[in-house]
Ligand binder design. Structure first.
Ligand code: SF4
Ligand code: MSK
Length: 638
């Protein structure tokens, strides 16, 4: 396949190089997508119900196909809403189980039972304990950590009351509105269980009631499961600081042992990075003919070790098979989420060993080395050793040269310092920039890659359009990696792509026009940043007053649905593409894209064209600016 024919599949030049040589690369997700052919429109539009075994029932499509109701009488709206909030619950479960494991690792560390772990940022831990109302004076750090971890575990299985972050962090009017609507979760597991019950055959048939519970369930992700993963992760593994690194397949080294960590959880990958610096293992690598050991990442594990260790990023979701196809990956180490089962068969064409590490995520044919925080360092060393021993087995190695510099590692805490200077940490310059019309607002562009759209293309087009219109962009996940590959996460990108107002802010503060906030669970950092903007003053009283918007331009998984839901529930306008599977119900579509705004201040749009979607986000920010009576934009159209 000539390289020019790969441009429909990917906008990434390194990926194009690999895909242009199918004889070497072998089958990938792009081929399997083509093999699937045209999708069944009932499933695609959310009106195929398989909740009970009388079905599947395929119900009425706007095109006039299918039965009017399911066998039990469920309408298209009921069916679409039920299946959608089941996706929300699955997404919330994924983020929250990840958060749960981090809290458990903090507890094991505090009890001295987690091998190789220590509390890397005790100041952050103490700040969190104080925020949670725990006593911190004259107490050993491990005592505080233990009490905090036990309180953290309670957020997951609490059966009465409210999760604690909304009242602690969100603006009061937002919290009051959530309470009025009954949207504050009791506990993470409570809401997930209730979603599964409500959507069981013969329970909740009211699509509005179902969607509202979907919003409540999603808030248990953004304001509990994911927020705990971020906060406790920062205390345990260290809070990120702005860091320079590199991204794309070209970071792989021909003359070094390459270990690619893939998935989501930072616990094992942190240890693998530590083990890769072990003098004994480095010596062994040299004995096997390698010059060193490189640990790079794919997907959100990449973002975790990038943010905290400056480790290079090999790629985003659709790069997982392409990285193996370089012939230079000695071990592909996977934990949970976004791992294609096809990796094992694909890797068999090369010399790569796929190692699964979670009891929750095994793949037939992979080597399984069970990760346990009690023996984490030993397991990490064993994995590094396996990679070293596999280095001499390489066959044909062909690594694309593409790699790009980036700056990552932004957090609410250090963005404060950046914006205000070391001695006056504050969001004031950001708010002032928006109030004065230098900046239009802030957009969060997040989420995955999907073979249903050209890899990275929508992320790039949307983000370029936003920054050209003086919108500061914050990113996480594979979206951030997409823009990093194109150079948008460098301070120099401001001069090249940003509008004049955003350029002035970036130059004054020394930041790129696109800020990398971390992994998918770190979208919680964005929620906290929005709370700080309200606290700083001048931009309204509730989150939905802010000139902000969100987007997932290449959404792929249930976690993205959950994130979209909690952003909308928190008051944001969110463009989600490809559209959620609800278009077969005009009522559900209208409720999500219009009616929700009255209730929670946020709503969805399902525009597939990224530039038009950016236009809708900009129009929403303009509407909020007008409501706040802010000055006209200084340099771009208001
Ligand atoms: Fe059909 Fe109703 Fe069963 Fe769904 S729950 S499969 S619509 S009978
Ligand atoms: S890894 S959830 S493909 S962003 Fe978080 Fe990327 Fe989406 Fe997985």
């Amino acid at each position: 396949m000539p390289k020019s024919e790969t441009v429909d599949r990917t906008a990434d030049t390194a990926a194009q190089t690999i895909l242009a040589n199918p004889a070497l690369c072998g089958e990938t997700a792009f081929d399997r997508h083509d093999e699937q052919g045209k999708r069944c429109p009932f499933g695609d539009q959310g009106v195929c119900c398989r909740i009970c075994d009388m079905g599947p029932c395929r119900v009425y499509l706007p095109a006039g196909r299918g039965a009017k109701r399911g066998i039990c009488g469920a309408t298209p709206a009921t069916i679409a809403a039920r299946h959608l909030i089941r996706q929300v619950a699955a997404g919330v479960a994924a983020h929250s189980d990840h958060g749960h494991d981090i809290v458990k690792t903090l507890l094991a560390t505090a009890e001295g039972k987690a091998q190789g772990f220590s509390i890397k940022n005790p100041d952050r831990l103490v700040a969190l304990a104080k925020e949670w109302g725990l006593k911190t004076d004259s107490r050993p750090i491990n005592d505080i950590a233990k009490e905090l971890a036990v309180a953290g575990l309670n957020e997951f299985n609490q059966q009465e009351g409210e999760i604690r972050y909304p009242a602690l962090r969100a603006p009061k009017p937002t919290v009051e509105n959530w309470r009025r609507l009954g949207l504050i979760p009791v506990g993470v597991e409570h809401e997930i269980v209730e979603t599964l019950h409500r959507t069981h055959e013969g329970v909740d048939a009211d699509y509005k009631n179902l969607i509202m519970h979907g919003l409540r369930t999603s808030l248990a992700d953004g304001w509990a499961g994911a927020m705990l993963a971020t906060d406790f992760g920062d205390a345990l593994f260290g809070t990120p600081q702005p860091v320079r690194s590199q991204v794309n397949l070209g970071v792989l080294k021909k003359d070094e042992v390459n270990i690619v960590v893939h998935g989501h959880e930072p616990t094992l990958s942190e240890m693998v990075v530590a083990a890769s610096r072990d003098p004994e293992l480095l010596k062994l690598a040299r004995e096997k003919g390698a010059q060193g050991i490189l640990v790079g990442g794919i997907c959100c594990t990449a973002n975790e070790i990038l943010m905290r260790q400056g480790a290079p990023v090999v790629g985003n979701f659709l790069h997982q098979e392409l990285a193996v196809a370089t012939g230079a990956v000695d071990v592909m180490l996977v934990d949970v989420q976004c791992i294609m089962p096809a990796l094992v068969e694909h890797s068999a064409r090369f010399h790569t060993k796929v190692i699964t590490t979670s009891k929750k995520a095994r793949i037939p044919g992979a080597t399984h080395l069970q990760f346990d925080e009690h023996t984490a360092l030993d397991t990490a060393k064993e994995i590094v050793k396996l990679a070293i021993e596999n280095f001499p087995n390489r066959r044909h190695v062909d690594i694309p040269t593409d790699k790009t510099d980036l700056v990552a590692g932004f957090t609410v805490q250090n963005t404060f310092t950046h914006l205000g200077g070391r001695y006056r940490a504050t969001f004031r310059p950001l708010n002032d920039g928006i109030i004065a019309g230098r900046l239009r607002g802030v957009a969060a562009v997040i989420g995955c890659n999907t073979v249903r759209k050209t890899q990275d293309k929508s992320h790039l087009a949307m983000v370029r359009e936003l920054i050209a219109n003086d919108v500061l962009v914050v990113m996480t996940g594979c979206a951030a990696t997409a823009c990093a590959k194109a150079g948008l996460l460098q301070p120099e990108a401001a001069a090249q792509y940003a509008g004049k107002g955003l350029q002035e802010i970036c130059e004054a503060v020394g930041i790129p026009p696109v800020l990398h906030f971390g992994s998918c669970v770190d979208n919680s950092r964005i929620l906290v940043a929005l709370c700080e903007m309200i606290n700083e003053g001048g931009l309204g009283e509730k989150l939905s007053d802010l000139p902000i918007a969100g987007a997932a331009p290449e959404a792929m998984c249930e976690k993205a649905v959950a994130i979209g839901f909690y952003c909308v529930a928190s008051g944001a306008f969110v463009n989600y593409s490809p559209a959620m599977r609800v278009l077969g119900s005009t009522e559900v579509t209208k409720f999500l894209t219009e009616d929700l705004e009255e209730l929670v201040g946020g709503k969805f749009s399902f525009e597939d064209d990224p530039v038009k979607a950016a236009g809708a986000m900009i129009a929403h920010m303009n509407k909020k600016r007008a409501a706040l009576k802010l000055k006209p934009m200084m340099y771009s159209a208001s």
